[in-house]
Design a protein around this ligand. Structure first.
Ligand code: ATP
Length: 507
């Protein structure tokens, strides 16, 4: 397939706000692709699989001064190969190899194709909204029920592979996509409630568990082989040898576990989230010992458990992980749930998660079966810009412009971001230094006072609440916002939405 065909479809999808028109255009594109090209087509549309591994930054791209081709000749397959070569270039001479590959692509692409490729390479395509639309497009092109396609995508964690199976596989192949030890699945997510009692009203009888403020981990074990994955399915096995050792000692040959990891201080209290995350970053800043707390089990020794009710999974969890289980109780009593929440907070944890005991494990879904309750409200927002500081902060990028996601396109264009406030509170010198060095890599344009960023960085903000505000386009602003830290485990597509913020407005 020609790249130009894909680019013009992507343009049409970007230009319409009609979900149906998007699905039509994408389904049409997928049905025209050669079976062997489908993963490459999906990879380009989603831009996600290689994102962050390309080693391409805005500076490298804007430094290229190359005349583009007048007419399209590039195929999707050629571009896919070039991006693979970029992702795998490493070691001495890799910078030169990279700019060679980029220069070659830039000269063979037309201006419109290059514009698309740059956005794909920098991860600017709005993949969050697109993946839902693409699921429906795959279902349409393959003439299969959307629910079957969605299940296969969640369990394989791979939309490109799901598209290939749906469009080229035999009858029953999609249904046969199941859990596989060693292949991470998208984690189940939680809705929010104001109090444990309100959460219990939603779930009915529930497992009420401590909510630890660490990092989500999914652990796969097959004999001595152990894999540890983050919330976004990145493989962090080699960074957490102490967790691998613990899992190897568990009484199960094959197992998939879901949990949280965190490190504790000398008194047994939790260390801040940012310290836990420092174990996963490019530079390991400090040697902290992590430990896991498991709260779910998806598979044990040949038996898939995701469709079993939580009560069955918890019994298996108890048997397999013993003391590595997260503290919690099963109850339908509001007082008992409130007491557990007080205990969790007293021990320095974030709150509780209340989980319906009769619910299956809904991979990749934020449903009502899991409900989190945190007394300190926090939102994960996207940094849209930063103002230069004054006084002691002179020379540093400081006051952040914060945006919530708008998947419905009610206040921004579809899956754009709506500004909800600004803050410089909570920024440590270390964060100021980091921002000032990092932000230019994400810059879209600047004025004398402000550097505006492409929506690529997610920051966690604590607030005292939200209030109505005519100043901001979403009609809502943050109250007393302060920075907790950057959420490097989250992509902008996972940021909180303007609809969530508005739902918290009183009256
Ligand atoms: N007992 C628990 N059960 C489930 N998740 C837990 C538990 N303890 C801590 N967590 C963490 O809380 C998160 C649940 O909230 P949610 O699904 O909304 O994810 P999130 O968007 O990362 O939320 P948050 O920023 O509040 O942690 C999980 O992703 C997990 O990392």
């Amino acid at each position: 397939m020609m790249l130009a065909e894909l680019v013009s479809t992507a343009d049409r999808v970007g230009a319409t706000s009609s979900r149906l028109a998007k699905i039509d255009a994408l389904a049409d594109l997928l049905s025209r692709a050669d079976p062997a090209e489908i993963p490459a087509v999906m990879g380009l549309l989603l831009a996600a699989p290689r994102q962050g591994r390309l080693g391409v930054g805005w500076r490298g791209i804007s430094a290229l001064d190359i005349a583009h081709a007048d007419s399209p000749t590039l195929t999707v397959g050629e571009v896919d190969q070039a991006l693979d070569a970029l992702a795998t270039a490493s070691g001495t001479g890799s910078a030169a190899a990279r700019s060679g590959i980029l220069g070659d692509l830039a000269s063979r692409a037309t201006a419109a194709e290059w514009d698309f490729l740059v956005r794909a390479m920098l991860g600017e395509l709005r993949t969050g909204a697109l993946s839902g639309v693409l699921l429906d497009a795959i279902a349409r092109a393959a003439d299969r029920p959307a629910a079957v396609v969605r299940r296969a995508a969640m369990l394989s964690g791979d939309l490109g592979e799901t598209a290939r199976i749906a469009l080229t596989g035999d009858e029953g192949d999609l249904e046969a996509v199941g859990l596989q030890v060693g292949r991470p699945v998208l984690p189940m997510l939680a809705a929010t409630a104001a109090t444990p009692s309100a959460a219990l009203e939603v779930t009915g009888r529930a497992s009420v568990e401590y909510k630890l403020d660490g990092a989500r981990i999914q652990v796969h074990r097959h004999g001595d082989e152990v894999g540890v994955y983050t919330r976004s399915l990145a493989d962090i096995t080699h960074r957490v040898p102490e967790i691998v050792e613990i899992v190897r000692a568990l009484p199960a040959h094959d197992v998939i576990l879901d949990g949280e990891t965190l490190s504790l201080d000398e008194d047994g209290g939790p260390r801040p989230f940012q310290e836990t995350m420092s174990r996963f970053g490019a530079e390991v800043s400090r040697e902290l010992v992590l430990r896991p707390w498991f709260f779910d089990v998806l598979h044990v020794d040949g038996r898939d458990l995701i469709d079993e009710p939580l009560s069955v999974r918890l019994a298996e969890l108890e048997r397999v992980v013993g003391d590595w289980r997260i503290p919690g109780i099963v109850t339908d009593d509001a007082d008992a749930a409130e007491q557990l929440s007080r205990d969790a907070l007293a021990a320095g944890h974030e709150g509780v998660v209340v989980k319906a005991v009769d619910a299956p494990y809904a991979a990749g879904r934020r449903g009502k079966s899991w409900v989190k309750v945190k007394p300190v409200l926090t939102f994960d927002l996207v940094v849209l810009g930063a103002e230069w500081g004054s006084g002691r902060r002179r020379g540093w990028l400081s006051n952040l412009h914060l945006g919530a996601r708008d998947p419905s396109g009610e206040f921004a264009d579809a899956d754009g971001y709506v500004m909800v406030g600004k803050t410089f509170k909570g920024l440590t010198d270390e964060l100021l230094r980091w921002q000032t060095a990092e932000f230019p890599e994400h810059e879209s344009h600047r004025t004398a006072s402000t550097v505006f960023l492409r929506p690529e960085l997610v920051v966690e903000i604590a607030v005292d609440g939200v209030q109505r505000s005519p100043r901001y386009p979403g009609g809502v602003a943050l109250r007393f916002a302060r920075v907790k830290g950057y959420r490097q485990d989250k992509s902008p597509a996972e940021a909180d939405t303007i609809q969530t913020l508005r739902s918290l407005l009183r009256g």
